[in-house]
Design a protein around this ligand. Sequence first.
Ligand code: FES
Ligand code: FES
Length: 154
Amino acid sequence: MKQLIQLTVNGELHEVRVEPWKTLLEVIRDDIGLTSPKEACSTGECSACTVLLNGKPVNSCLVLAVEAQSKDILTIEGLSQGSKLHPLQDAFIRHGAIQCGFCTPGMLLSAKALLDENPQPTEEEIREAISGNLCRCTGYNKIVEAILEVAQSQ
Ligand code: FES
Ligand code: FES
């Protein structure tokens, strides 16, 4: 039995009819049509599906869509201001911190949540903040350098 729920994604209110067992990841991708959160493991191991829920990173494959009602949901689609990239997006590009790009939306959102809470993190704190976001391509150093640069420039 589907139920009507309201989700606020990137500041926009969406009304969707969903089965109560549907995950937030499925609803964001399939019903709302935002494809930046990626599905990889579906078991909370990789954080490719990270979104921010009231500013905190969550694995959206482990959250039911009905649980996300009345919370602010942020995906990468809401990070840039029109055609102007967020400083983290810009730094990731300049540092070559993106290869296949599958982990990138989750990495960026984990980094944003960190810098919102702790604008001047140490390298160790950055590595800790992204430790749940698995990347098979970059070796992490370029990602850490990019986040560190944004932290040092604020
Ligand atoms: S797809 Fe959600 S943690 Fe891997
Ligand atoms: S850039 Fe490919 S998984 Fe991170």
